[in-house]
Design a protein around this ligand. Structure first.
Ligand code: CCH
Length: 284
C-alpha cells in the first residue's frame, strides 16, 4: 500500500517528458518573445548542431557526447560565438533536473525546439555522459566555414559520415533564425518566417534572384525583391553544385519528404559518437 512520502534520499527516476515540458515552457516564456524574432528555438537548434557537428568518424572523436563546449577552447572558438546564450538558457533546467547530462539536455532542447517550431518529430534517446573538463575538446576547424564552397561542405559533412542528400536536408535548418553581425559577421535571416520550421529556405534558394550584398561585411547574398533576406556563400553552393541542386529542388517541391529526411538526419547528427547501450526501437 501507499506509505506516504518517499524519503528524500530515494533516487530520482529520470522523466524526460518533464524536461521536454520545461524546454517548451522556456520557449513560451515572455523572455523568449523579446528575443530576436520572438523565439529561443533557432539558437537552441544551433547549440544542438554545433555540439554534435564536431564529430569525426575516422577517429570517433567529437560529437555531442561529453558536452565539451562548456569548456575552453571549444567554448571560445569563432564558430561557437553566441552559443553561450543558449547554454545559459538551459543552465536553470540542469539545476531543476540534475540527473540529466548537459549533453542529453542540449540535444533534447534542439529536438524539442524543432518540434515546437512546427517541424517533424525528432527521434531522440538519452545516454550521453558529460566530460569533467575540456581535455577532450575537439580541435577548432571541424564546423563549416560559411565563406567557402561545395568542396568544403563535403569535406566537413562527409567527415561526420553524411551523404549529399543528408547535407542538403540538414541545411534546410536555415529556414530558422538569423545571422548576427557580432557573432558570425554575417547579418540577417534566410526566410520570412524564421521561427517556423518549413521548406521555405529551399524555395527561396531557387525562386529568388540573389545578388552580392554591397556592404563592409563578409561576402553574403541578398534577395533582389525585399533585400531583407540573406544567403551565405555555403547556402548558394547548394544550388550551384550539380549534385546538391536536385535535392534542393526535391525539398522545395515536397515538404513532407523534407520533414522526413530532416528528422532522420538531424536525429543521426545528435547521436554521432554516442555509445548507446540499447538500440532505438523505432529507428530503421
Ligand atoms: Fe547554420 N549558421 N550553418 N546550420 N544555423 C548560422 C546560423 C544558424 C552554417 C553557418 C551559419 C547548419 C549548417 C550550416 C542553424 C542551423 C544549422 C550562422 C549565423 C552561420 C554563419 C550565426 C550567427 O551569426 O548567429 C554553415 C556554413 C553551415 C553548413 O555549411 C546546420 C546543418 C544546421 C542545423 C541542422 C540555425 C538554426 C541558425 C540560426 C541561429 C540563430 O541564432 O538564429
Amino acid at each position: 500500500g501507499v506509505t506516504g512520502k518517499a524519503p528524500s534520499s530515494a533516487p530520482t527516476v529520470p522523466d524526460y517528458d518533464k524536461v521536454r515540458k520545461a524546454i517548451s515552457d522556456l520557449m513560451a516564456s515572455d523572455k523568449a518573445e523579446e528575443y530576436d524574432d520572438g523565439s529561443f528555438g533557432p539558437i537552441l537548434v544551433r547549440l544542438a548542431w554545433h555540439c554534435s557537428g564536431s564529430y569525426d568518424k575516422a577517429s570517433n572523436t567529437g560529437g555531442s557526447n561529453g558536452a565539451t563546449m562548456r569548456f575552453p577552447p571549444e567554448s571560445g572558438i569563432g564558430a561557437n560565438k553566441g552559443l553561450d546564450v543558449a547554454r545559459k538558457l538551459l543552465d536553470p533546467l540542469k539545476e531543476q533536473f540534475p540527473w540529466i547530462s548537459y549533453s542529453d539536455l542540449w540535444t533534447l532542447a534542439g529536438a524539442v525546439a524543432i518540434e515546437e517550431m512546427g517541424g517533424p518529430e525528432i527521434p531522440w534517446r538519452p545516454g550521453r555522459t558529460d566530460q569533467p573538463d575540456g581535455k577532450n575538446c575537439p580541435p577548432d576547424g571541424r564546423l563549416p566555414d560559411a565563406s567557402k564552397g561545395a568542396q568544403h561542405i563535403r569535406d566537413i559533412f562527409y567527415r561526420m559520415g553524411f551523404n549529399d542528400q543528408e547535407i542538403v536536408a540538414l541545411s534546410g535548418a536555415h529556414a530558422l533564425g538569423r545571422c548576427h553581425r557580432d557573432r558570425s559577421g554575417f547579418e540577417g535571416p534566410w526566410t520570412n518566417s524564421p521561427i517556423t520550421f518549413s521548406n521555405e529556405y529551399f524555395k527561396l534558394l531557387l525562386d529568388e534572384k540573389w545578388n552580392k550584398k554591397k556592404w563592409n561585411g563578409p561576402l553574403q547574398y541578398e534577395d533582389k525583391t525585399s533585400k531583407a533576406l540573406m544567403m551565405l556563400p555555403t547556402d548558394m553552393a547548394l544550388v550551384w553544385d550539380k549534385k546538391f541542386k536536385p535535392y534542393v529542388e526535391l525539398y522545395a517541391k515536397d515538404d513532407e519528404k523534407f520533414f522526413q529526411d530532416f528528422a532522420k538526419a538531424f536525429s543521426t547528427l545528435l547521436e554521432l559518437g554516442v555509445p548507446f547501450k540499447e538500440e532505438l526501437p523505432n529507428k530503421a
